[in-house]
Design a protein around this ligand. Structure first.
Ligand code: NAD
Length: 442
C-alpha cells in the first residue's frame, strides 16, 4: 500500500472548453498542409499520421498493468473539432490558393473537395520587411511609423480574431519564412530595451520577433517553427515566464535532421566512431528559394549543425567523435517542388578503427513531416498554458532542430531522450509515476 502522503496528485489543469484559435504567421506550404490535414481528419477523409497527440498511446504503470491509453484520452487536449485558424502572410493568397501553389497536397483528391473551407482562411496583412527575407515581395503588409506600432497592430489583430471567432483560447505557431541570421544583442536583454528598440526601428529586431512579442504580451503561447531568432532571447523569455505564457522553439525537426537525431544516438549507444557526416539536399519549394539566400541559409545552417555535437559529445568521447567532419548543404532545385531529396554520406568506424559507410537517400516530403508537428505543438502548448506552465517548454524539444533551453543548459537533441521527457512530463502532469524502465516489470 502506498503511503497516503506519497500518492501523486494530478496538476490543476483548466478544462479544454470552447474553441482554440491557432494563429499562423506565414501561410505557405507547412501552414496550409497543416490546416488542410486537420480539416481532412475532421471530415474523416485522412488520418493525422505523424501526430503524437492524435495517434500515440502512453504506457502507465508497470508493463503488466496493461494500461496504455491514447495520449489524447489521457491528457485533456483540445479536440480537432474545436480548432479555428487564423494567419498572416505578405502574399494575399487564401488557404486554397496558397495550398495549390505549394503543391504539397493533391489538388483534385484533397484540396478541391474542401475548397470552400480552405478559401475561407484569408491571411491578415503581415508585419513584414523584405530586408529580413530577401527573396520575397508581398503586397499584403501592414504600414506603420515604427516596429512598435507594427507589434501593437498585431496585438489588435489577435484580440479581434479572438472576439470575431468566439475563441476561448489562442496559440501561435510561426510558420513564416526563415529570416536572415540575427544574433541576440543588447536590445534583446530586457523588455524595456526591446520596446525602446522597436520604437527606434532597431535593425536586430526582425518581424518574427514582433509576432512573438505580440503573442506573449497577449498571453498567447508561442512556438517558432523556423530557425531564426524569434522568442529565444532574454527579454521575451523572462516576460513569458513572468506572465505564465508557454513558449518553445526552434525550427521544426523534419527531414534530414530528423534522420540524424534517429541515427546518431544509435551509433553512440553502440560506441561506434564517426569520422564524417556529409549532408546535401535539393528542394524546390518557396522555402528552398528563400534558403538560396546566403543570409537565410546561415540561420538554417547554424540550426542544423549543432545537432551532432550535442548528441555525440566529442568532449566526452574524443577517440570516437573528436575528429568528425560535419557539413550541411541545401540547394534550390525547382523541379522537385516540396518533394525534397536529402543524401547523407556517413563515415563510421568500429572495432580496431575499421571504417564503414552508410548512405541515406531520403525522398521526403517536408511539409508532410512538418504539419503534424504544428498540430502537436498547438495542442501541447495550449495544455501547458491551462496547466499553468509558463516560459520555455523543454519537454517539447522532441519537435525542434534547435531546442530552446533554460539559459546555461545545453539542449537535448537525442530524439529518444526527448521522447521519454515528453511522455514523462505528461505522466507527471496527470499524477502518474514516471516510467524509468528500471526495476522488475518496468
Ligand atoms: N517544411 C519543413 O519541413 C520545415 C522544417 C523545418 C522548418 N521549416 C520552416 O518553416 C517555415 C515555413 O516553411 P514552408 O515550407 O511553409 O515555407 P513557405 O515559403 O511555403 O511559407 C512561408 C510563408 O511565410 C510567409 N512570410 C514570410 N515572412 C513573413 C512575415 N513576416 N509575416 C507573415 N508571413 C511571412 C511567406 O510569404 C510564405 O508564404 C520556414 O521558415 C521553414 O524553414 C520548415
Amino acid at each position: 500500500m502506498e503511503d497516503e502522503d506519497n500518492v501523486k496528485q494530478p496538476s490543476e489543469i483548466k478544462p479544454a472548453q470552447g474553441k482554440l484559435g491557432v494563429l499562423l504567421p506565414g501561410f505557405g506550404a507547412v501552414a496550409t498542409t497543416f490546416v488542410a490535414g486537420v480539416e481532412a481528419a475532421r471530415r474523416g477523409l485522412a488520418k493525422p499520421i505523424g501526430s503524437l497527440t492524435q495517434m500515440q498511446t502512453i504506457r502507465l504503470g508497470k508493463r503488466s498493468d496493461g494500461r496504455a491509453p491514447l495520449i489524447k484520452d489521457f491528457v485533456p487536449l483540445a479536440g480537432l473539432e474545436d480548432l479555428v485558424f487564423g494567419a498572416w502572410d505578405p502574399i494575399a493568397d487564401d488557404g486554397y490558393e496558397s495550398a495549390v501553389k505549394a503543391g504539397v497536397l493533391h489538388k483534385e483528391q484533397h484540396l478541391d473537395p474542401m475548397k470552400d473551407f480552405l478559401s475561407s482562411v484569408k491571411p491578415m496583412p503581415a508585419a513584414f520587411d523584405t530586408k529580413y527575407v530577401k527573396k520575397l515581395e508581398g503586397p499584403n503588409v501592414k504600414k506603420a511609423a515604427n516596429k512598435r506600432e507594427l507589434a501593437e497592430a498585431l496585438r489588435e489583430d489577435i484580440r479581434k480574431f479572438k472576439a470575431d471567432n468566439d475563441c476561448d483560447r489562442l496559440v501561435m505557431v510561426w510558420c513564416g519564412s526563415t529570416e536572415i541570421y540575427v544574433r541576440p544583442s543588447a536590445v534583446h536583454d530586457s523588455i524595456e530595451a526591446f520596446e525602446k528598440g522597436m520604437e527606434e526601428n532597431h535593425p536586430d529586431i526582425a518581424p518574427s520577433q514582433l509576432y512573438a512579442y505580440a503573442a506573449i504580451m497577449e498571453g498567447v503561447p508561442y512556438a517558432n517553427g523556423a530557425p531564426n531568432l524569434s522568442a529565444d532571447f532574454g527579454a521575451l523569455e523572462s516576460v513569458a515566464k513572468e506572465k505564465g505564457v508557454p513558449i518553445g522553439g526552434k525550427d521544426f525537426k523534419t527531414g534530414q535532421t530528423l534522420m540524424k537525431t534517429i541515427l546518431a544516438p544509435g551509433f553512440k549507444t553502440r560506441m561506434l566512431g564517426l569520422s564524417g557526416w556529409f549532408s546535401t539536399n535539393i528542394l524546390g519549394n518557396r522555402d528552398g528559394e528563400v534558403l538560396d539566400d546566403p543570409e537565410s541559409f546561415k540561420t538554417k545552417e547554424v540550426s542544423k549543425l549543432g545537432v551532432l555535437e550535442h548528441i555525440l559529445q566529442p568532449e566526452m568521447y574524443p577517440e570516437l567523435y573528436g575528429d568528425m567532419y560535419h557539413k550541411v548543404r541545401i540547394n534550390y532545385y525547382p523541379p522537385r517542388g516540396d518533394n525534397k531529396e536529402g543524401w547523407d554520406n556517413i563515415d563510421i568506424f568500429g572495432w580496431m578503427g575499421y571504417p564503414m559507410q552508410i548512405k541515406v537517400d531520403f525522398l521526403c516530403r517536408d511539409s508532410i513531416l512538418a504539419a503534424p508537428i504544428v498540430l502537436d505543438l498547438a495542442l501541447f502548448l495550449d495544455l501547458a498554458s491551462r496547466a499553468g506552465m509558463g516560459g520555455i517548454q523543454e519537454w517539447l524539444s522532441f519537435y525542434f532542430k534547435s531546442p530552446q533551453t533554460t539559459p546555461g543548459l545545453y539542449p537535448e537533441h537525442d530524439i529518444f531522450i526527448q521522447h521519454i521527457k515528453l511522455k514523462n512530463t505528461l505522466r507527471g502532469l496527470m499524477g502518474e509515476d514516471m516510467v524509468t524502465h528500471a526495476g522488475e516489470g518496468e
